[in-house]
Ligand binder design. Structure first.
Ligand code: GLN
Length: 199
């Protein structure tokens, strides 16, 4: 199995390192040929508007969207979650997403006071101890469709906001496991979502 990490903008290098650490073959992808050659995809954190625009500019947008909808296992962290969402609140004018997960995300949802923060989080599918989740101008999930499983939520002012979701072959987190040194979310993606066993 070859995992591609979309390398147009954002922290794709950290995802490449995390995947390599898990023992899978991972490559940076930024051409149509590369997009066509991979078995699974990771959409990194960064700036969702910029990544979508660059994907359009380089003629990759429709093919990525098509492959995601055709069932290619895909994981998006932070900006990557926004790119996998069917609907975006707080979108820039004309902002597009590849879509695939039946969720509405709110960009920059946590507001100024808690713009960036860390918390220990229990996540369905990840055995104890909790994972250290790092949020950087992160989105949260505002609404989920019936086929979407919520894997983790954060409580803000007494309200629970989903921050990790899965719909079939698609996984998204508001936070950035790629910068923690803890590979359990990447392993979950490889083993449970891609259903590939690595040594
Ligand atoms: N706020 C960014 C966006 O809307 C996401 C931030 C991140 O990926 N850390 O794209």
């Amino acid at each position: 199995m070859l995992v591609g990490v979309l390398a147009l903008q954002g922290d794709f290098r950290e995802h490449l390192l995390a995947l390599a650490e898990c023992g899978v073959d991972a490559v940076a992808v930024k051409t149509l040929e590369e997009i066509n050659s991979i078995d699974a995809l990771v959409l990194p954190g960064g700036e969702s508007t910029t990544i979508a625009k660059l994907a359009r500019t380089f003629g990759l947008f429709d093919r990525i969207s098509e492959r995601i909808r055709a069932g290619m296992p895909t994981y998006g962290s932070c900006a990557g979650m926004i790119l996998l969402a069917d609907r975006i609140e707080g979108a820039m004018h004309g902002q597009e997403s590849f879509g695939g997960i039946d969720i509405t995300v709110r960009r920059n949802a946590f507001g100024r006071q808690v713009d960036s923060f860390e918390v220990d989080l229990n996540m369905v599918g990840i055995t104890a101890p909790p994972i250290r989740a790092i949020f950087i101008r992160a989105p949260w999930v505002e609404a989920v469709g019936s086929g979407v499983e919520v894997l983790a939520s954060v409580e803000i002012n007494g309200e629970l906001h989903p921050v990790a979701v899965r719909q079939g072959n698609l996984l998204a987190t508001s936070f950035h496991p790629e910068i923690t040194g803890d590979m359990r979310v990447h392993r979950y993606f490889i083993e449970s979502v891609c259903k590939t066993v690595v040594a």
